[in-house]
Design a protein around this ligand. Structure first.
Ligand code: NAP
Length: 268
């Protein structure tokens, strides 16, 4: 796709937003944070026409969505509808949490979703709100160099403590936003529709934490616990590895390579 009129990025203050701003820095980019446009509201007047809208703004507080599903829907479903109304080709980001996790091999695009959480339900509705003519990118377990994410939390805890308790009965593919952003550029050359785009490989959160401590040379043990022991409000799928069954789908590097790239970026 030629980007003569530029790219609009919602959620520009988020972790994927930051990576997309970098990936598309050679283009004209209209970067919108929540203070520029609360996407739960209709678009502000005067937005320029662009070639594509990369819609990353979302209610991403998975546990918080359980107690305020309407608030989450206003941002995730209403927000996606509003961005689609701009009329530009749309890339909308969705999640592995649209699946119930009963499968024991990677989920592909033709698998039936069945979200367990309010967040997952809003993101599934958001996919429909994006419309048939959008690229819908399902990805998983995102982390990057900004914001609050698992890698940054583990780096902090690993420096403060001898041991951390981490869930070992949920399996997925931790995905580095820098690698995902590069894949988004590839996707713009591919047909629209649903695409699964996650890091190669899979692990549990506990295995991911161990890898973080190993790569960052932090002397911290991981105590493996169950999700039931952690007792978070929102249920999460026990297994949510994503793979694409579509020809020519972008392939991301292994999650461990993504972790190293992120740690390099963080100087850890
Ligand atoms: N994080 C993950 O593990 C994960 C996994 C799979 C899919 N995804 C999806 O990937 C996309 C990007 O996620 P991310 O990890 O980059 O999330 P993030 O770091 O939480 O960023 C989301 C951004 O959206 C903004 N936002 C929230 N409500 C808004 C509103 N009403 N209007 C405008 N902006 C609003 C947030 O602003 P504030 O900072 O001001 O709240 C934040 O900058 C989302 O669609 C998410 O659902 C994420």
């Amino acid at each position: 796709m030629e980007l003569t009129r530029g790219v609009l990025v919602t959620g520009a203050g988020g972790q994927l937003g930051a990576a997309l701003l970098e990936e598309f820095r050679g283009e004209q980019v209209v970067a919108l944070t929540r203070s520029d446009w609360d996407v739960a509201l209709p678009p502000p007047a005067g937005l320029p026409e662009v070639d594509v809208a990369l819609h990353t703004a979302a209610w991403t507080d998975v546990d918080g969505a359980e107690s305020d599903p309407q608030g989450a829907a206003a941002v995730n479903v209403g927000g996606t509808q509003h961005v689609a109304e701009l009329g530009a080709p749309l890339v909308a980001f969705s999640t592995d949490y649209v699946f119930d996790g009963r499968k024991q091999e990677p989920y592909v695009e033709s698998d039936a979703p069945n979200p367990l959480s309010a967040y997952g339900r809003t993101k599934l509705q958001a996919e429909a709100a994006a419309g048939e003519d959008a690229w819908i990118v399902r990805t998983s377990w995102l982390y990057g160099w900004t914001g609050t994410n698992f890698v940054r939390t583990m780096l902090r805890l690993g420096a403060e403590r001898d041991e951390v308790a981490v869930v070992d009965d949920q399996r997925g593919s931790p995905t580095y936003v820098g690698h995902l952003a590069a894949a988004v550029r590839e996707l713009l050359e591919l047909p629209r529709g649903l695409w699964h785009v996650s890091a190669d490989g899979e692990c549990t959160w506990a295995e991911f934490a161990e890898a973080i401590f190993e790569e960052a040379a932090l002397d911290c043990r991981v105590r493996r616990i169950t999700a039931a022991e952690l007792g978070r409000p929102a249920p999460r799928p026990a297994y949510s590895v994503l793979r694409s069954e579509r020809p020519g789908a972008p392939r991301l590097p292994h999650w461990r390579e993504g972790l190293r790239a992120c740690l390099d970026r963080l100087g850890s």
